[in-house]
Design a protein around this ligand. Structure first.
Ligand SMILES: C[S@@+](CC[C@H](N)C(=O)[O-])C[C@H]1O[C@@H](n2cnc3c(N)ncnc32)[C@H](O)[C@@H]1O
Length: 358
């Protein structure tokens, strides 16, 4: 592509962020530790990937035997269909293969599958991947990928950021197990929050603070360069419906009285009481570690609470966004506002929770 075209195409929405191997390993290890058989006999689909150099494909190919996988399927999206154009060149792996097609290499997606020790070297790894061009461009919404979704037991990926809502709906509709990356603000989307409230979607194992670092393909939007690789920090987190141990750890808490006396937060310490909202029948708890252990009513907490949420400790009753809370918790005055207010002043987005009855 000519440089001017490339420059204008780069202004398009960038979805080209590649997940680091260590981040995948840290997350997936938690599922294995909780249930060593979690992947045993399963078919894993990695859509929206770039199998020739995706760390998702590498990680699951390397661990194929150890996890007892039945089949690994990984699909890529055609270079010509991507919003954000990079200077695409097929890899030697592809061009050296007799099925290489000059036209299809940019127009079609690819599918990589792993089921057996193809090379006969006694181990199963990336060298045993078999590949072909897809009929279409690999769009996860196509019938071709939908069929692979039907075949899979578990779907794992970092989907395009610009299509997060659509991807979540696509994966939830499939009724499969899944692990995916998304922006932390997505928790209050109307597509995500009802699932979180019903414990059908939850945070993965990796802590939310600090976001995630991805390799980026946009040289004009880089946060740091590590070993010559352009990296970008995004406020991304893992979402899943697969269980892991951290989800069952309770947050250690102090009583309301002790919080007001000893809290490390100046917004809580030495106050007479916790603030109450003007428009919700709930108290404002500005930090997750300041949740009082002995308050039985509804509490408004930051969305980052979901990083530490255990369904055995708390019940989620709603969120301030999208009016995702029952009318019974809204006070008659200020009713038209979803955002929480205290003394007429708008507060941050809040998740509303209650202690689980002992
Ligand atoms: C955030 S990147 C992640 C890539 C890889 N899964 C990883 O984590 O390293 C999302 C990828 O999805 C691709 N993509 C964009 N739109 C897509 C679509 N409609 N269907 C499938 N893939 C798409 C992008 O080109 C990009 O390569």
């Amino acid at each position: 592509m000519a440089n001017t075209n490339l420059a204008s195409a780069r202004k398009a929405k960038n979805d080209e962020f590649y997940t680091q191997f260590e981040d995948i390993q840290k997350e997936v290890t938690a599922y294995i530790e909780y249930n060593p058989d979690v992947f045993k006999g399963k078919t894993i689909l990695l859509p929206c990937d770039d199998p020739e150099w995706s760390n998702f494909t590498k990680y699951f190919a390397q661990n194929f035997k150890r996890f007892g996988l039945k089949k690994l399927i990984s699909t890529s999206y055609a270079a010509d269909s991507k919003n954000f154009k990079t200077d695409y060149h097929p890899t030697l792996f592809e061009t050296a293969d007799p099925q290489y097609d000059e036209d299809k290499t940019t127009k079609n997606g690819k599918i990589f599958t792993l089921t057996r020790d193809k090379t006969g070297d006694g181990k199963i790894d990336v060298d045993d991947l078999e590949w072909s061009y897809l009929d279409g461009d690999g769009d996860f919404r196509s019938d071709e990928i939908k069929q692979l979704q039907d075949e899979a037991d578990i779907i794992i990926t970092n989907p395009p950021f610009s299509l997060f809502r659509e991807f979540l709906a696509w994966v939830v509709e499939s009724d499969k197990q899944f692990v995916m990356i998304g922006n932390k603000n997505a928790v209050t989307y109307k597509e995500a929050f009802p699932l979180i409230k019903e414990n059908k979607l939850w945070s993965g194992r990796t802590e939310w603070s600090g976001g995630l670092w991805f390799e980026t393909k946009n040289p004009d939007d880089v946060d740091k360069v590590i070993n010559g690789v352009n990296m970008k920090n995004v406020s991304s987190v893992w979402f899943t419906n697969i269980d892991h141990g951290r989800r069952h750890e309770h947050i250690p808490l102090m009583t309301m009285e002790d919080n007001l006396k000893y809290s490390k937060h100046k917004e809580v310490k030495d106050k007479e009481s916790y603030d109450r909202y003007d428009n919700y029948d709930a108290i404002e708890v500005p930090f997750t570690d300041a949740i009082p252990s002995d308050y039985n009513g509804v509490m408004g907490v930051p969305i980052s609470f979901l990083d530490k949420y255990s369904p055995e400790q708390f019940e989620i009753v709603g969120a301030s966004d999208n009016g995702a809370i029952d009318e019974k918790y809204k006070l008659p005055h200020f009713k038209k506002h979803n955002e929480p207010y205290i003394n007429g002043k708008k507060q941050y987005k809040r998740i509303f929770i209650k202690h689980k009855k002992k």
